[in-house]
Write a new protein. Structure first.
Length: 279
């Protein structure tokens, strides 16, 4: 009998459907004292950013519950999940509890949730790889092994114009928060191997930040693999980075898109996230 496979990820992957695969996105939420935003495909992201710009009170985010994850698993025989870094969110923990409950409730069904130690476009790459592995008809255990090997050579780097929401929500270390207190400094950095925000450069101009992003990519072994760029209202910077990459690797599989709600809340206006495959 055909086994039913579902791929699922929280909404920080910025992905709401997948061609030729069962895919379910599990939304995080962005919360203010006056409004709550659900990070799904219906969210008006520019509208939310505009609201936040004029909002002076506290804001925060909330991860999906165990029940939300269970709903996403549906009635699949095999669930392949990926979550935002467990170091910065309770998302992975909730997904793992759901996985255990699901396997207990339905003996024979299997769930694997990868902690991406990252977010955004690196998760997108992992989802694409899941699709490929499922399409090849590999057994569950093999897919779980392959996806972990793959995730070890994918990376996430970013350029952020502001770390305000990170700092306010206590999601960076006090040292990083202090460094980010300088005004009009862009932080170019990466998701560390522990799944935390790791600043690498501070840069004043955007042009410099873009070339630093590409330097970091090359230093970490980028040699023409897939690239997924996601920006928060900064198409221009995304295109410029794409030009730099394509000048060296004209044939590379590169896509540009927008961040949805959760990534835009933390990356803030102007932020760009880059997921890529290295060697
Ligand atoms: O559980 C929650 O409420 C969500 C908390 C998420 C905190 C991190 C969001 C990151 C969004 C910003 C730039 C990339 C930083 C990479 C660090 C691993 C994207």
């Amino acid at each position: 009998m055909e086994r039913k496979a579902v791929i699922t990820a929280d909404s920080s992957a910025n992905l709401f459907s997948a061609k030729d695969a069962e895919y379910v996105s599990v939304p995080l939420r962005i919360i203010t004292d006056v409004k709550e935003y659900t990070d799904d495909e219906k969210l008006d992201v520019p509208g939310m950013l505009n609201d936040l710009k004029h909002y002076k009170g506290k804001s925060s985010t909330a991860c999906p519950s165990v029940g939300d994850w269970l709903k996403a698993f549906g009635d699949a025989d095999e669930v392949y999940g990926v979550s935002i870094t467990g170091r910065l969110s309770g998302c992975h923990n909730a997904a793992c509890i759901a996985a255990k409950d699901y396997e207990e409730m339905y003996p024979g069904r299997k769930v694997f949730i990868l902690d991406s130690l990252s977010t955004g476009p690196e998760m997108e790459l992992i989802i694409e790889k899941y699709k490929e592995l499922i399409g090849r008809g590999l057994p569950f255990e093999e897919i779980c092994g392959e996806i972990q090997r793959y995730a070890a050579r994918t990376h996430l780097i970013f350029s952020l114009e502001s770390l305000t929401n990170f700092v306010r929500n206590g999601r960076v270390s006090p040292a990083v928060a202090a460094a980010a207190n300088l005004l009009s400094i862009r932080i170019v950095g990466r998701a560390s191997s522990e799944g935390e925000l790791e600043p690498i450069y501070k840069s004043r101009g955007e042009k410099r930040a873009i070339s630093q992003l590409y330097e970091v990519m090359k230093e970490s072994g980028y040699e023409g693999g897939k690239v997924r760029i996601r920006h928060s209202d900064n198409e221009n910077a995304a295109q410029k980075l794409a030009e730099l990459i394509r000048a060296d690797f004209p044939e590379c599989d590169l896509q540009i898109g927008r961040n949805n709600g959760l990534c835009s809340y933390y990356a803030e206006k102007g932020g760009i996230l880059v997921g890529y495959e290295a060697n």
